[in-house]
Design a protein around this ligand. Structure first.
Ligand SMILES: NC(=O)c1ccc[n+]([C@@H]2O[C@H](COP(=O)([O-])OP(=O)(O)OC[C@H]3O[C@@H](n4cnc5c(N)ncnc54)[C@H](O)[C@@H]3O)[C@@H](O)[C@H]2O)c1
Length: 330
């Protein structure tokens, strides 16, 4: 892995956000030449502080993935394109579905068209969501599980995923799709609670505030630490045989919201767990229990998660204790 990305020319869409910036930092460490494109969509994770450790070693382009001229230019000469730009707010996808559709579907198509015309030899790694499965009919969820998304965000992700696979199959553009579980860690937005529940619990604990657990708190989720996701993205990108397919990324373990809140409260030594009824908006997009079956990705790439939940939470708490001021304000 160490040398695979040395001198590789890499584009990250959504590169100033949570996943994009953590990936960029790792790629710079590995010797890659990294370009980030981001439109700083309001209320999402784009934050210049995210790339503070590498700010003089990356190119930043403030543009929108829906801008054909920008994308035609930016995809040129790139060996890998990690496609992480998206409308990621589940709640907002129900309030503003056309915006979600436009960014997640049209934006992905603009990118794919740009690749096909300007750089057909590039490789596209798409970050989809476990939300594409919807309500689980069995656990753990493998890639053969039915897809019945419960919200617009998950529908547009599923559609974008299928477009990446069509371009792979029909147009010969290498593409691979990940269905990513709830991921947490340093550099996630901490301004509001509309996405990124674990990070929100951490904020509430650090503020010594109420940590709100919806309903009875028994719903199970699979939480993955960001460094493990970054490694999964890199290993997938570097595995030629992985392209043309979809893979789950998760920890493979389930934890209830109630247990999660208690772990965070204990590790932070602050905060106060309290149960609260679901809001109607939340209820509508809540798919219930989820645990990823990660055997397919492990077999294809050799990747396995390495950071236990308590360690990941402790590392996240440390990060925001130091740098919270860059993340707290809206
Ligand atoms: N974080 C998770 O738990 C998780 C889970 C599953 C899937 N994903 C997917 O991973 C990707 C990255 O998510 P994240 O957690 O880093 O979110 P994020 O909000 O931190 O980052 C997304 C970035 O994309 C940018 N962006 C949005 N629309 C854009 C556009 N039209 N043009 C250019 N940039 C645009 C935003 O400004 C932001 O910086 C998303 O596609 C998301 O759906 C994330």
């Amino acid at each position: 892995m160490k040398h695979t990305f040395e001198k590789a020319n890499v584009l990250i869409t959504g590169g100033l956000g949570f996943i994009g910036s953590n990936l960029a930092i790792r790629l710079v460490e590995l010797g890659a030449q990294v370009t980030l494109v981001d439109n700083m969509l309001p209320r999402q994770g784009g934050n210049l502080f995210n790339i503070d450790p590498i700010k003089d070693r990356v190119h930043i382009n403030f543009s929108d993935i829906r801008n054909e001229l920008s994308m035609n230019y930016l995809v040129r000469e790139k060996d890998y394109i990690f496609h992480l730009a998206g409308q990621v707010n589940h709640v907002d996808s129900m309030r503003n579905p056309l915006k979600d559709l436009d960014i997640n579907c049209r934006g992905t198509l603009v990118l794919l068209e740009a690749c096909q015309h300007m750089n057909p030899d590039t490789r596209v790694i798409f970050a989809g969501t476990r939300g594409e499965y919807g309500k689980s009919v069995r656990l753990p969820v493998d890639e053969e599980h039915p897809t019945n998304p419960v919200g617009v965000y998950a529908v547009t992700n599923l559609t974008a995923e299928k477009m990446v696979l069509v371009y792979h199959r029909v147009k010969g553009l290498d593409g691979v799709c990940l269905r990513i579980t709830n991921t947490y860690g340093p550099r996630h937005q901490m301004m509001h609670d509309e996405y990124g529940v674990l990070n929100w619990f951490i904020r509430k604990a650090l503020d010594n505030d109420t940590i709100p657990v919806f309903g009875d708190g028994k719903i199970l989720r699979d939480f993955l630490f960001i460094d493990d996701l970054v490694e999964a993205l890199l290993k997938t990108a570097a595995t030629p045989g992985a392209y043309g397919d979809i893979y789950n990324v998760g920890s493979g373990k389930g934890v209830s919201f109630q247990e999660l809140a208690a772990i965070i409260e204990a590790l932070a030594g602050r905060g106060n767990v309290r149960h609260t009824p679901f809001t109607q908006e939340r209820k509508e997009v809540e798919p219930g229990d989820y645990i990823a079956n990660i055997a397919k990705l492990s077999k294809a790439t050799g990747w396995t998660p390495t950071v236990p939940l308590s360690e990941g939470i402790a590392r996240t708490l440390d990060f925001y204790r130091k740098y919270g001021a860059h993340y707290w304000k809206l």
